[in-house]
Design a protein around this ligand. Structure first.
Ligand SMILES: Cc1cc2nc3c(=O)[nH]c(=O)nc-3n(C[C@H](O)[C@H](O)[C@H](O)COP(=O)(O)OP(=O)(O)OC[C@H]3O[C@@H](n4cnc5c(N)ncnc54)[C@H](O)[C@@H]3O)c2cc1C
Length: 329
């Protein structure tokens, strides 16, 4: 680990001013960042500790929306009664993330900015990884690709995004509120992450020095009837192989509106809009869900050598979520 300057901010404007220093980076829970420091993934000039920004700790469940401060801890959001009642996919995604100890430390803003778990990105000894060392190549292209993306990858990077709750946020059309040197702005969740293209080192559309202040999720019938299914290689304390966040708004037994997002399959949470459209107006049955998943929803999937199984696994995860939401036989 290399030396760095440590500064603690007490409000957002001070945090933004400190973040203007060369090589400055924010630290919240530190559960990701400390690993990066030890592994040499980042070498910051200054660490700007934002844990003194108490305004960012609030979880506001006013009617019409859920506003989660960027410093709210994952465990607090997961246990919040209104989140569990009105946004169950958000609570379920959080409960299935990491461990209780990590969730107690880890912030919601930091969760969105965690980086890929691709073994080549996290390798102890340097290996080609364009995300970690731009221009060095991608070892996964010829190496182990069981965990790689099936959607949205490029010849520069095949890594997946690891956050669970980001998948629920994508399905529920969340908005990320940020403040930066140029002022405040709102980023629709679909625009928050970027695909790798030839610039895989940039995971998000955040601009230099920008601070996430909150994540807002609109209240809706879809959010209230939502589920998160996570499939992983061991039952606990493991990242998703594949996951699905599904929300359904019903008019009697007919689907008025459906939302489906997948995790573990792409460099960002992946919305299945084709399947969502195919479900509108259909009876809420397993057969209708299966038919929607076969209606071109996976036509953009490009499985690699060892991860073709993710196509079927993702479909099964969506069906399981639908069954949990009451889909008929
Ligand atoms: C062993 C282990 C298992 C895990 N398992 C899972 C899992 O199953 N599912 C899952 O979803 N996650 C998992 N995680 C990831 C975990 O959720 C993240 O480490 C955590 O959420 C990061 O939050 P933090 O507050 O600790 O961020 P930090 O480590 O403090 O920061 C992470 C990044 O976010 C930036 N940052 C933090 N807050 C802000 C802000 N408000 N504005 C701008 N930038 C900010 C920092 O500069 C840094 O770049 C796991 C982590 C570990 C270590």
């Amino acid at each position: 680990m290399e030396p760095f300057i440590y500064r603690r901010a007490t409000d957002a404007s001070q945090a933004l001013a400190l973040a203007a220093a060369p090589g400055a980076i924010f630290i919240a829970g530190g559960t990701e960042l400390l690993n990066w420091l030890k592994e040499g993934i980042v070498r910051p000039g200054t660490l700007v500790d934002i844990n003194g920004l108490q305004d960012l700790e609030t979880i506001d469940t006013a009617p019409g929306r859920l506003r989660i401060g960027a410093l709210a801890r994952m465990s607090e959001v997961a246990a919040h009664p209104a989140v569990r009642r009105d946004y169950p996919a958000v609570a379920e995604a959080l409960v299935r993330s990491a461990s209780q100890q990590l969730r107690n430390m880890a912030s919601m803003g930091g969760n969105l900015l965690q980086r890929t778990r691709c073994p080549y990105f996290r390798a102890d000894a340097p290996v080609p990884c364009n995300k970690r060392a731009p221009g060095s190549g991608c070892a996964a292209l010829r190496g182990a690709d069981r965990h790689a993306a099936i959607f949205g990858w490029s010849d520069a990077c095949v890594a997946t995004h690891p956050s669970d709750v980001a998948v629920a946020f994508a399905a529920l059309d969340a908005v990320v509120h940020v403040q930066g040197p140029q002022g405040a702005r709102e980023v629709p969740f679909g625009d928050f992450y970027r695909l790798p293209g030839d610039r895989p080192q940039d995971d998000t559309t955040l601009r230099p020095g920008e601070l996430i202040v909150a994540i807002e999720v609109p209240a809706s019938a879809v959010a209230a009837r939502s589920r998160y299914i996570k499939v992983r290689e061991r039952a606990s304390y493991e990242f998703a192989l594949v996951s699905a966040a599904v929300g359904i708004d019903l008019d009697g037994a007919t689907i008025r509106n459906a939302r489906i997002a997948l995790g573990g399959v792409a460099p960002k949470p992946w919305r299945l809009r084709v399947a969502e459209r195919a479900l509108a107006g259909r009876p809420f049955t397993v057969a209708a869900v299966r038919a929607a998943l076969e209606s071109g929803a996976f036509s953009e999937a490009r499985p690699r050598r060892a991860n073709g199984f993710k196509v079927d696994l993702a479909k099964r995860a969506v069906v399981r979520a639908a069954v949990g939401l009451g889909a008929g036989a």
